[in-house]
Design a protein around this ligand. Structure first.
Ligand code: ADP
Length: 318
């Protein structure tokens, strides 16, 4: 069997796959970041043992354990370094811990890379030789596939598309740099940007849509309000679309993949196709030279499951 683990800021999902890709079972528990990494790792070990017992398996039956974790990670050593999404996890040698516990091969990579593999084999990139996956969630990340293989780069940062500076006079990013793509399009940054606009502007539609909650809203509320005609919510998305299109056009000139696949929490919104993806494609048509931008930009097909399916692929490809 192949075991897959999707570590997220909110929950940790573990799936048991047969070697030929049948997903037999899934266990989930909440990450409870404040309680630190030790509790979560003990729970991962406990759940792995539970899965084995349930199907009368032993550690020797595990072909590999494969993990998608919030970056940055060192995929070679299997250490989770210092993810902004898991502030209590610092330099966690998860590969080594699980290898010693279960005496099997353990692969670990950042969740965007793993999601790219999931979409390549089971999702929107099924027939592609090359693709770039971009996740727009709490952070922004990505994965580059070339010749149906993950391209990690010399130093493991290939595909970190959330963190190139797209506007040197932009805001400071959670990574410490200035004007990264992430600062214009991630869920929390959309909220920040609209909050800033609301300080100096009135928006009756937004206030009506949000009611009393207008102080405390999420990226989902912005898409909802934009769909109902809120001027400031639409302006916020327009800026995001502009920078997302700029980002995609730059990546296209460097990688020129067969497809761009957009995933992550924000893109899972039912209105994301209309409010984010289509306008981005239109913008690309305006800003790319020679009108050669014919690369499809599509929504991820596996939704929240891109990473967990990617863990299976990671197990088969490493
Ligand atoms: P994580 O970043 O932990 O992987 P997600 O991929 O769910 O988690 O991304 C969380 C971000 O996506 C948050 O900023 C959240 O507000 C936003 N988000 C989640 N669901 C939606 C939705 N349906 N519509 C718009 N934004 C959403």
């Amino acid at each position: 069997v192949i075991i897959g683990i999707d570590i997220g800021g909110t929950k940790i999902q573990q799936a048991l796959f047969t070697e030929n890709g049948k997903r037999i079972d899934t266990l989930v528990f909440s990450t409870q970041v404040r309680q630190g990494s030790e509790r979560a790792i003990n729970k991962i070990i406990e759940n792995t043992s539970l899965l084995l017992e349930k199907y009368k398996l032993k550690p020797i039956n595990i072909a590999s354990i494969n993990i998608g974790a919030p970056g940055p990670v060192n995929s070679r050593t299997g250490v989770i370094l210092q993810p902004p999404n898991l502030p209590t996890w610092r330099n966690v040698p998860l590969k080594k811990i699980l290898e010693e516990k279960f005496n099997c091969k353990v692969n670990l990579d950042n969740d965007a890379n793993v999601a790219a593999l999931g979409e390549l084999h089971f999702g929107a990139g099924k027939n592609c030789h090359s693709l770039v996956y971009i996740t727009i969630s709490t952070g922004v990340g990505g994965g580059i596939i070339i010749n149906r293989k993950l391209y990690r780069g010399w130093n493991n940062v290939a595909g970190e598309v959330g963190h190139f500076t797209i506007d040197p006079s932009g805001p400071r990013c959670s990574c410490g740099q200035i004007g990264c793509l992430e600062t214009f399009i991630s869920g929390p940054n959309l909220v920040k940007s609209l909050k800033e606009k609301l300080k100096y502007n009135e928006d009756e539609v937004f206030e009506k849509v949000m009611g009393k909650k207008s102080e405390d809203f999420s990226a989902k509320d912005i898409l909802d309000a934009a769909g109902r005609g809120s001027r400031l919510a639409n302006e916020t998305l327009e800026v995001a679309v502009k920078y997302l299109a700029l980002g995609i056009s730059i990546i296209n000139y460097i990688v020129n993949p067969e497809k761009f696949i957009l995933g992550g929490g924000v893109i899972q919104n039912e209105k994301a196709e209309k409010l984010l993806i289509q306008p981005t494609v239109e913008k690309l048509g305006e800003i790319c030279h020679f009108k050669t931008f014919s690369t499809p930009v599509v929504k991820a097909r596996l939704g929240k499951d891109s990473v967990i399916w990617g863990t299976y692929v990671l197990g088969k490809s490493e």
